[in-house]
Design a protein around this ligand. Sequence first.
Ligand code: NAD
Length: 490
Amino acid sequence: MSNPTVHPEHRMYIDGQLVEAEDGKTFANINPATEEKIGEVADGSNSDMRRAIDAARHAFDETDWSTNRELRKRCLEQMQEGLEAEREELREQLILEAGCPRMSTYGPQVDWPLEGHIRYPAKLIDEFPWEIEMPDGLGNQGEPNRRRIWKEAIGVVGAIVPWNYPVEVTLGKVAQALATGNTVILKPAPDTPWNATLLGRVVAERTDFPPGVFNVVTSADHLVGEELTISPKVDLISFTGSTVTGKRIMEKGAATLKRVFLELGGKSATIILDDADFDTALLSGLGACYHAGQACALGTRMLVPSDRYEASAATLTSLFENVPYGDPQSPEVIMGPVVSEKQRDRVLGYIEKGKAEGAELATGGGRPTHLPKGWFVEPTLFVNVDNSMTIAREEIFGPVLCLIPYENDDDAVRIANDSQYGLAGNVIGSPDRALAVTRRIRGGMMSINGGAAHGVDMPFGGYKQSGIGRQNGLQGFEQYLETKAVAWPA
Ligand code: NAD
């Protein structure tokens, strides 16, 4: 596996300056496909994080950023242009640090977010109703009052990002938070820091963002991110990652009653109705292998009618045995490695648990022998899965699909909803029936017959323990705003 030449930024971006960590420390960025170090990045400390928080607080409180819409729009347009100029650099760096297949960078990993994630909220700056005129009302002494509702920035936003779709998640958070007039501290995952430091460099060198409005703090230590959740100077945490960390963020943030937006895990079901075209419908099972299963909204449980179960299992087994996977640099693979040794071992641990609890391994289940280096896991299909098994209940975040039989539509709905999660789902069948079943699923993003329920103008997020709030869309934009009711005598 070859590594293309890249020009990464190892410095953080704090208060308008590209900076080393205060104590000069760095940590290694590792390529999950080769297990080799590809470079270093600043290892920020709690003290570095506090400096970034102070800078963001100052920029919010002491500059006109939150009210100067023209400046915000210009800065976001410059960010867009700057990132576009770095598109190929970003692509190569991301493949190296995230192990994401090259193919996926022409879609959700790089090109889709570069298309709309900044432009959409930048456009909303002009179109959003920042002031709502209410009918006149009566004042305290019965006099007529003019009444308005103003929408205003919340303040300082801590944006905490995972490693699976870092560019997409980062731009989804940062551009909306900035467009609405907040100041931001971005904290990327330690596994994928370069895309964030590159964004810091773009902002530093190509834009008019005032110092402190946007900051990037990288660290090998997750608890540096926790500084954001406990600081009274931070007003909102926008987090994407595991449900466990999401709960901890909520708990830590409660002391200062922080606003929290949490986009967490999922265990979404794909329901294939008995009137579906099975040859096409079963292909969607391969989605569980896309980016080695490291996406929160994937259909990782597939529900098929019991009388079609054996035939479906046979077709899926053959599909899983032919998944193109391996070197993420290769243009035809849909699946590279998982992000780290820890994650690989976690996925293999779930596979062992599946076997121990009585599920049957149809194919996969181990480390591929033809790929001795890199944190790869074979595309894995479990059959004879009961929805009560751990592999059907917990988010594995690896290339593992659970095939579960059902008796009728009611049973399919019951199984799909029998989950602590409620992020997404797919229903495949005749349109009317699929629509009716979809209405009964408690999930935030539902695809019917392959429809794409996501996009920069569509709210992304889940029911139940899949999170609180929505990323993207108008619903996401408004999350970064406070509401002020105002009245004065006419
Ligand atoms: P994580 O939730 O631990 O980390 C995500 C981000 O949160 C990282 O930037 C991390 O540094 C930061 N973080 C961790 N602890 C923190 C704390 N106490 N305070 C503030 N920030 C903190 O996720 P992970 O370890 O990267 O992955 C573990 C599991 O999370 C995965 O196996 C998967 O199930 C899930 N996951 C879900 C998503 C998603 O999109 N829903 C994304 C990535 C991972």
